[in-house]
Design a protein around this ligand. Structure first.
Ligand SMILES: [Zn+2]
Length: 249
């Protein structure tokens, strides 16, 4: 599977297209109206929406938006400016199968509690452990000639950044996040990933050792791993008599 890792492509969007211009206008409108929903497919219609592969950096102006609907999109990436959407509570890019990673800056959406992401598409997900593209030489480019350190926000040139992957819980899901760091001090400040994920930030690549995915486990291994979640039905039935004693603790 590892030899199927494909490099991340930059410049994914034709920014002169009608679809892109309509999307930028829509962002402006939602920002001006102080709307709390952002649902580009409703504004653009499915045909134009299918020509959208990233979101404009101006999403940073969507300070009132609580819910983002991107169901079935063809998005390949989300810009780091999503971290400035301070009211964001719900994020739904479900069935966006080309969306394999997210910018670390999404961690700044402090109110984000709920998400619906197609986890099978994600790098490093617990089912198939999809390989992480290699980040040696820091190949990912966002718009602009400089990039901000994801930790201390310092502006730096693309030559000065160090790009890493880290898997962290965001909303309902553990997401693979791309981090740009300016120094070893900032690298040390990256939070620790949850159990069952590569326990530190890393550069990806085919030599990276990941835990095996659930899809690779034998039935016995799967049972062992999830033993704590397997419930003995007979014991529940016992507890349910009388029914009122079944309160979960
Ligand atoms: Zn820094």
């Amino acid at each position: 599977m590892n030899n199927m890792i494909s490099a991340i492509k930059n410049n994914v969007q034709d920014r002169n297209s009608v679809a892109w211009k309509r999307l930028c206008d829509y962002v402006e409108k939602i920002a001006a109206e102080g709307n709390d929903e952002f649902s580009p497919v409703k504004e653009l219609g499915p045909e134009l929406f299918s020509q959208i592969y990233t979101l404009p950096e101006t999403i940073a102006t969507l300070k009132k938006v609580k819910r983002v609907w991107l169901y079935g999109s063809k998005l390949k990436r989300i810009p780091p400016e999503i971290g400035e959407m301070e009211s964001l509570e719900y994020f739904d890019p479900y069935t966006s199968y080309d969306l394999h990673w997210f910018p670390y800056e999404i961690i700044n959406c402090k109110k984000l509690k709920d998400s619906r992401v197609s986890t099978r598409a994600l790098y490093g997900n617990f089912k198939n452990r999809k390989g992480f593209p290699i980040l040696t030489n820091n190949p990912v480019r966002y718009e602009g000639n400089t990039v901000k350190c994801s930790i201390c926000k310092k502006d730096m040139s693309w030559l000065d950044t160090n790009q890493l992957w880290v898997s962290l819980r965001i909303g309902t899901d553990v997401l693979p996040l791309l981090v740009n760091v300016c120094s070893s001090t900032c690298e040390a400040a990256i939070p620790a990933p949850p159990k069952d994920y590569i326990p530190h930030a890393h550069k990806g690549g085919s030599n990276l050792k990941q835990l095996r995915g659930d899809n690779d486990l034998s039935i016995e291994e799967f049972k062992q791993k999830y033993a704590h979640k397997i419930i003995d039905i007979s014991s529940i039935e016992d507890q349910n008599e009388p029914a009122k004693s079944s309160t979960r603790t």
